[in-house]
Design a protein. Structure first.
Length: 270
């Protein structure tokens, strides 16, 4: 599933194509993805001008001058395609701008979503209501994590994946951050001391920033809007490296936690 860096990369790729552009064609090509597409999407967005693009957690935001924001989620296999040679069966939303640019939202598995909400009501959009702070934002700090983890016996990896605690983190980058911070993924949150939380916050920030710079990690169907792949997978130190040597001299192991693969080094992560 595309995680925060992939969504951020996608938004940045869409920005020069859509910002300031009038939308002359909005064509939903099916009635639903993971949930129904708003039936008035075409009416409310056709003729509107895009005034800004952004991201919240794993959701992309496209704002218009009509006071609406289109919220998209890429699900497990979604991506935007710029200037496609032809419109395919999995292109579920077609957009054309007054300048002649064309793009489609492509989602073979249809686990993504499209919602259209008033911009001034974004905070009330149900999935946003209980999201934690952004990992690159000023509210994501060691003291914040200490308070969020207080009294929690759950493993730190599961806590970091909880979107109510931190918004946008996913399996790949949590594995990488815990490895960089040298914290075992099964450590109970309440047992992590302040100095290690400082190290963890720094690791999360560094991993996410580096992944965005590299264009994310291309897995299966994900690519940037211009078709380029993300290359952060070349810098993975733990994820997907079962049996390989760790920089400390140990070996990367893999186990399955709640249906997700966890990659870690038992020698340096304690």
């Amino acid at each position: 599933m595309p995680e925060l860096p992939e969504v951020e990369t996608t938004v940045r790729g869409l920005d020069p194509v859509l910002r300031g552009q009038r939308l002359v064609l909005i064509e939903p090509r099916r009635a639903d993805l993971r949930r129904p597409i708003p039936p008035d999407l075409r009416q409310r967005m056709t003729g509107a001008t895009v005034t800004g693009l952004g991201r919240r957690a794993k959701y992309g935001l496209i704002e218009t001058d009509r006071g609406d924001t289109l919220i998209f989620h890429l699900g497990m296999s979604g991506r935007w395609r710029l200037e496609p040679d032809e419109i395919g069966a999995h292109d579920h939303l077609l957009i054309e701008t007054a300048s002649g640019r064309r793009l489609t939202l492509n989602d073979p598995r249809r686990f993504g979503s499209l919602d259209l909400v008033p911009t001034d009501s974004l905070a009330a959009f149900p999935p946003f209501g209980k999201l934690g702070p952004e990992p690159l934002g000023p509210d994501f700090t060691a003291p914040y994590l200490a308070a969020a983890f207080a009294g929690r016996s759950g493993p730190v990896k599961s806590l970091l994946l909880d979107q109510h605690i931190v918004a946008g983190l996913g399996n790949i980058y949590v594995c990488e951050a815990l490895h960089q911070a040298r914290i075992a993924p099964g450590t109970a949150g309440r047992r992590i001391r302040p100095a290690r939380l400082e190290r963890l916050v720094s690791a999360v920030r560094e991993i996410i920033a580096a992944a965005i710079e590299a264009g994310g990690s291309s897995l299966r169907d994900y690519a940037q809007p211009d078709g380029e792949l993300g290359y952060f997978f070349k810098r993975w130190r733990a994820y997907g490296r079962e049996g390989e040597s760790c920089g400390c001299g140990g070996r990367i192991r893999r186990r399955v936690d709640s249906g997700r693969s966890t990659f870690y080094c038992p020698r340096c992560q304690r």
